[in-house]
Design a protein around this ligand. Structure first.
Ligand code: PRP
Length: 185
């Protein structure tokens, strides 16, 4: 526990507790299970931020699924406006004719998911939908909305539950706001 207490000193406030996240993810899983009732889906985790949410969400979904993983890296800001991201690890599962659910930790500007959905749609799946743990609509720069979303958050620096700052804080069990002095230096 000392590790989490150590990290907690960098957290200004808790936005979403462990219990609130668990409850909402369970609800979302039930909704997704109803929507895809009787169908098989391919659930794709976008590494690395979505990993914690993905693990919980998959266990809350009761239809048959195959799990797969993709990793992407954003280019610098200049290229970001072009909406292009680089795939560093592709999914191994063929998605042609399949129902695909992309799982992300956060939708911010929307560039990443817009591009990812385009790439996946080019593979002729039956459908592509997006499930996000968090949505930050105030930061949106492209026209995209998650099909499923657990929480809408304000424009603050959120970490925990998979979300990081410089690769750290992902293992905090809740979603918190990072103290500005941590990232100001
Ligand atoms: C984060 C997040 C999304 C993307 C959202 O990834 O996981 O992939 O940014 O931002 P956007 O809507 O503005 O495109 P990040 O590059 O931090 O990688 P990570 O998942 O490994 O933390």
């Amino acid at each position: 526990m000392w590790g989490k207490e150590f990290m907690a000193k960098d957290i200004e406030k808790i936005l979403i507790t462990e219990e609130e996240a668990a409850k909402r993810i369970k609800e979302l899983g039930e909704q997704i299970s109803r929507d895809y009732a009787g169908q098989e889906i391919v659930v794709i985790c976008v590494l690395r931020g979505a990993s914690i949410f993905f693990a919980d969400l998959c266990r809350a979904i009761s239809v048959h699924m195959k799990m797969d993983f993709m990793a992407i890296s954003s280019y610098g800001d200049a290229q970001k406006t072009s909406g292009i991201v680089k795939i560093t690890k592709d999914a191994d599962t063929s998605i042609t004719g399949k129902h695909v659910l992309v799982v992300e930790d956060i939708m911010d500007s929307g560039y990443t998911l817009k591009y990812l959905c385009k790439i996946l749609n080019d593979r002729q799946p039956a459908s592509v939908k997006v499930a996000c743990l968090l949505d930050k609509p105030s930061r949106r720069e492209v026209d995209i909305t998650p099909d499923y979303c657990c929480f809408t958050v304000p424009n603050e620096f959120v970490v925990g539950f998979g979300l990081d700052y410089k690769g750290l804080y992902r293992n905090l069990p809740y979603i918190g706001v990072l103290k500005p002095e941590v990232y100001a230096n």
